[in-house]
Design a protein around this ligand. Structure first.
Ligand SMILES: C[S@@+](CC[C@H](N)C(=O)[O-])C[C@H]1O[C@@H](n2cnc3c(N)ncnc32)[C@H](O)[C@@H]1O
Length: 269
């Protein structure tokens, strides 16, 4: 989709009476319908997704028969935490693509923040990361995940290096192209691929109705090349065409994805 409007219907619901005030505030700020706390399943099923306010934070829950479980931003447990502890540090492909090496820890503008996983990996490696996300719903989920992580003694200092803004990155980068300080711009737009793994299926079912397919992704690369000081890195499914038909000078290829690197200036510490 070319903008942040979502095709599916999304509503907000509190999972307990005590969370009703928070849910009401959230529904108002996002301009979404509020489903009453104890509404029957049939009311929830009028919507494609429910943004649930739970005791442990925000989560997005697809509705209907056979729907997968909820998706939340969780930097403290699960796959993201596992990768922080055992993921291979600077040896990871994303680290090589961004140029993290020795004392070099570039400042990164992640212009397609999503659930913040890639940003978190880069912040774990010592990069300061500015994240932009245009979907107000995904932004709310990510903001919630960051807030919850701040109190953790191990993860708190990492998320302190991450800042988040709700903005369309194409416009933001065009307006701020003279702003210095982003050594690397990182892009990972949605791509209509056919990955059938359970995790991708679950997250994509929550994601796609909210954000669409990012059909304006080519413009992201053009704007990124204007604002980046040292390089632009684009994450793509392994077999996907280049963004904006531009051949990168450097590539890192994994099993299912690859990183296209557009160097502008040598990175130095
Ligand atoms: C595939 S997801 C990114 C996943 C992310 N790298 C992660 O690790 O969680 C793409 C995200 O980029 C956002 N996005 C795409 N184009 C954008 C733009 N022009 N401005 C801001 N956000 C954008 C989408 O809304 C979506 O949330």
């Amino acid at each position: 989709m070319a903008d942040s409007s979502y095709s599916g219907s999304v509503a907000v619901q509190a999972c307990a009476e005590s969370l009703q005030a928070r849910a009401t505030e959230l529904a108002q700020s996002l301009g979404l319908e509020l489903v009453p706390v104890n509404a029957p399943e049939s009311d929830r099923n009028q919507h494609e997704l429910i943004l649930e306010v739970t005791e442990s934070g925000l989560q997005i829950q697809p509705c209907g028969k056979g729907a997968p479980g909820p998706t939340a931003v969780d930097f403290l447990s699960g796959s993201v935490a596992h990768r922080r502890q055992f993921g291979g540090g600077k040896g990871q492909m994303i680290a090589k693509a961004v140029g993290v090496k020795g004392a070099i820890k570039p400042s990164v503008l992640d212009a397609t923040a999503g659930l913040g996983k890639d940003s978190f990996v880069l912040a774990t490696l010592g990069c300061s990361v500015t994240m932009l996300e245009r979907s107000p719903i995904i932004h709310a989920l990510l903001q919630d995940g960051l807030e919850r992580a701040k109190a953790d003694p191990d993860v708190g200092p990492i998320v302190e290096q991450m800042s988040l803004h709700n903005a369309n990155s194409i416009e933001w980068m065009q307006e701020n192209k003279d702003l210095a300080g982003f050594q690397v711009v990182y892009l990972d737009p949605m791509f209509p691929h056919k990955d059938k793994s359970a995790l991708v299926k679950k997250e994509m079912r929550a994601f796609r109705p909210v954000v669409g397919d990012d059909l304006d992704a080519d413009q992201l690369l053009e704007a990124a090349l204007e604002i980046a000081e040292n390089r632009v890195v684009v994450k793509r499914p392994r077999k996907a065409p280049y963004l904006a038909n531009r051949k990168p000078s450097l590539q890192f290829e994994g099993k299912s994805s690859r990183y296209d690197v557009y160097p502008l200036k040598k990175l130095e510490s």
